[in-house]
Design a protein around this ligand. Structure first.
Ligand SMILES: *[C@@H]1O[C@H](CO)[C@@H](O)[C@H](O)[C@H]1NC(C)=O
Ligand SMILES: *[C@@H]1O[C@H](CO)[C@@H](O)[C@H](O)[C@H]1NC(C)=O
Ligand SMILES: *[C@@H]1O[C@H](CO)[C@@H](O)[C@H](O)[C@H]1NC(C)=O
Ligand SMILES: *[C@@H]1O[C@H](CO)[C@@H](O)[C@H](O)[C@H]1NC(C)=O
Length: 395
């Protein structure tokens, strides 16, 4: 009982302090902004938020009015807050999810006696996504790759529930475009659209590229998918073509390579070298080495070991938030012994030889069986002389 009343008193005390602070320390209470409106100009998720100052503030001229805008960032799954003196703000939203916006008024200057006063409460707007489209028709695994910073391609997996008659369309928008544009060249597989090739169309970097994949089917319009990305985060560098290997002084193996042709700046690339070492006794060791340089020295331990290397590249963290690894280069070996590029053909030749050998063996065996049978039959008729024949065949 006593404990409860202590807590009770503490709570009352806190409430009193808060009230005191608001009334006497700051001397001022302020209301949150009014009339929040979220406008969709049709830019696939780039929405404009507008609001009005609280009506009881309009005549306060010696006050600096600012607004604290908080919106739920569905890409980061957290609230993002900004402060602005303007009465509008544009932000990127995922149109498949709720749009949630909160606004506070923030005052400072002479009217608040030099302190900063924020409204105790906020005004909030929650906008549900429009429930358009047949349920379960969303695409799966939408991904975009910016090959060598030259050509962007986006691909998607069609929902298996989708009828063959359904047609999908991809639209894009970014700040340099006045209005939404459709994919310039669809990638078609077995008569259906599975991707979009932007075919060298210049897409700006470090700005949101908004994409919308929607479409129609005999059962109605498809559920749209919205994606927002920045091109520099989707880069897959080209494959390294020129890779050189030579022995240097002090039993060193020197590897150097040239960056692939393309638009990825040299300082944005980092490399992974895969080193495959095979010792004479057959023991192998596989190592991956990360480097920022386009050369690497390896120390050889045995004279008779065989070393193979291949490289791949990606964009480093100073140039982008994410990246794709390039394909591996062709492997080169020291000593060369056999040309790795010829390996598959070698295998084919071997397979052909084996098949030819097996075929002739079967033919020969059948001939033998036939001959044996014939000989047996003729031996039964003539005598033991022909036994020599079958021995020859089986031997
Ligand atoms: C603001 O001032 C104008 C003229 O001085 C007055 O007519 C109006 O009622 C005032 N508004 C508020 C909200 O106090
Ligand atoms: C404003 O601040 C001054 C000095 O800090 C103080 O003397 C005065 O009482 C304050 N006025 C109000 C209205 O809070
Ligand atoms: C996309 O277009 C580029 C340039 O027109 C072409 O080189 C590339 O092969 C195309 N990709 C696909 C998957 O069609
Ligand atoms: C798909 O989106 C584009 C761009 O927003 C729009 O113009 C078009 O009408 C939509 N199509 C369907 C079938 O919803």
């Amino acid at each position: 009982m006593e404990n409860k009343s202590v807590i009770h008193h503490a709570v009352l005390m806190l409430l009193f302090i808060t009230w005191w602070e608001n009334i006497y320390c700051n001397g001022l209470k302020v209301d949150p902004p009014e009339d929040i409106v979220v406008v969709d100009p049709g830019h696939l998720g780039h929405l404009e938020i507008t609001w009005s100052p609280p009506s009881n503030l309009i005549n306060m001229t010696q006050c600096q009015k600012r607004y604290q805008l908080e919106y739920f960032n569905t890409y980061q799954d957290s609230w993002t807050a900004i402060r602005t003196t303007q009465r509008s703000y544009s932000a990127q939203f995922d149109l498949m999810k709720d749009v949630r916006v909160r606004l506070y008024t923030v005052l400072s200057g002479a009217c608040t006696n030099g302190t900063t006063v924020k409204s105790e409460s906020y005004s909030e707007l929650v906008q549900k996504p429009p429930s358009t489209g047949v349920v379960g028709t969303e695409v799966k695994d939408f991904s975009c790759v910016f090959y060598n910073m030259e050509n962007m391609e986006c691909k998607w997996k069609r929902n298996p529930k989708l009828s063959a008659a359904a047609q999908q369309n991809l639209y894009l928008w970014h700040k340099k475009l006045k209005r939404v544009e459709e994919c310039p060249k669809y990638i078609i597989s077995r008569g259906i659209r599975i991707g979009c090739n932007f075919s060298g169309k210049a897409l700006p970097e470090f700005t949101d590229i908004n994409l919308c994949l929607n479409g129609s089917s005999p059962h109605g319009s498809l559920k749209p998918t919205f994606i927002s990305l920045q091109t520099q985060n989707q880069v897959k560098p080209g494959t390294t073509e020129r890779l050189h290997l030579q022995t240097g002084p002090n039993a060193q193996l020197q590897i150097h390579w040239e960056r692939p042709a393309g638009n990825v700046p040299a300082h944005c690339l980092e490399w992974e070298v895969e080193h495959d070492k095979e010792e004479p006794d057959g023991k192998t060791e596989l190592k991956q080495i990360l480097t920022k340089q386009t050369s690497l020295n390896l120390q050889l331990v045995h004279d008779s070991e065989r070393n193979c290397v291949r490289v791949r590249s990606k964009v480093n963290k100073y140039c982008a938030d994410s990246t794709f690894w390039s394909e591996w280069s062709r492997a080169i070996c020291h000593p060369e012994r056999k040309e790795p590029a010829l390996e598959p053909e070698w295998d084919k030749v071997q397979v052909y030889i084996c098949i030819a050998f097996a075929t002739s063996a079967i033919v020969l065996l059948s001939l033998c069986v036939v001959t044996i049978l014939k000989t047996r039959r003729s031996r039964d008729e003539k005598g033991p002389d022909s036994r020599h024949f079958s021995t020859l065949c089986l031997g």
